[in-house]
Ligand binder design. Structure first.
Ligand SMILES: [Zn+2]
Length: 270
């Protein structure tokens, strides 16, 4: 069963020297699907280009909350995202969300940019990849309202609306996201030696609620912590989850890859 890395950023310049080799190593490690996400318009366009260039790589386009103040110009930005999102390489809208930890973008602007992109996702029938930092209550309210609206309108996206990426919340927060239809993206931090609480939460969550991710080039799993991360390392995340669930790694891979399949579809790029 092939692995899927449902969240990474191949556009970063730290991959400029060896991007093809990084993707080759992922394939050699059994990672057959890689979702690479933009954080603004140029990086979204680069993500589409890289998905076009490399087999097994798919793109998400979106404006990250920390970049919103710098790059968001309302309707014109939305139109650029819409045009990018309608290419064959794009299977999701992201990375979008709320980040009150950094103060690069005022919270009210973050919320309106987040909602605008959720509405774009609904319009295009594309799932979302969501970043949440120090903003769980607001984000969960917006996410739940959005999927309630999708259900009310009979939008098929309601069944698989997307992923709470780099999930690091409590069991109760996980349950709220799951109730709203979302999957939880589990990555490198679950492998860290000092991550007991996070590990306990992941141990308690059903595999059916999870997808695997790296967030490469960031958040490299143990024993690569502190160095550049890459999609091949998603296997280390699967191995840690198998240990926490006392099951075979193949089961973790099978269930999480199926979850990713249902959400992102991985349609053929022509
Ligand atoms: Zn990310």
């Amino acid at each position: 069963m092939p692995l899927a890395d449902t969240h990474c950023h191949l556009f970063f310049e730290s991959f400029d020297e060896d991007r093809a080799a990084v993707i080759e190593r992922a394939r050699a490690a059994g990672v057959e699907r890689i979702l690479t996400l933009g954080v603004d318009i140029p990086s979204s366009a680069a993500s589409v280009e890289q998905a076009r260039q490399y087999d097994g790589v798919y793109a998400a386009v979106g404006v990250h909350p920390n970049d919103a103040a710098r790059v968001w110009h309302g309707e014109s930005t939305l139109a650029e995202l819409r045009a990018l999102a309608q290419t064959d390489e794009v299977v999701a809208i992201g990375e979008i969300g709320l980040d009150y930890y950094r103060d690069y973008t005022p919270p009210d602007l973050q919320r309106s940019v987040f909602v605008a992109q959720l509405l774009l996702a609904a319009e295009l029938g594309l799932p979302v990849s969501i970043h949440i930092r120090d903003a769980v209550a607001d984000a969960l309210t917006i996410m739940s309202d959005w999927t309630a609206e999708l259900r009310a309108r009979g939008n098929a996206l309601a069944a698989h609306p997307g992923v709470w990426h780099a999930f690091g919340g409590t069991e109760a927060e996980a349950q709220k996201a799951i109730d709203a239809g979302f999957l939880l993206g589990i990555g490198g931090p679950v492998t860290f030696k000092n991550a007991r609480e996070r590990q306990q939460v992941v141990a308690a969550l059903p595999l059916e609620a999870m997808v695997l991710e790296t967030d490469a080039p960031f958040l490299a799993p143990h024993p690569h912590r502190g160095r550049r991360n890459e999609p091949a390392y998603v296997r280390l995340v699967a191995e840690k989850i198998a240990e926490l669930h006392a099951c075979e790694v193949e089961e973790v891979i099978a269930v999480t890859s199926q979850n990713a399949d249902k959400t992102f579809g991985w349609r053929d790029i022509v």
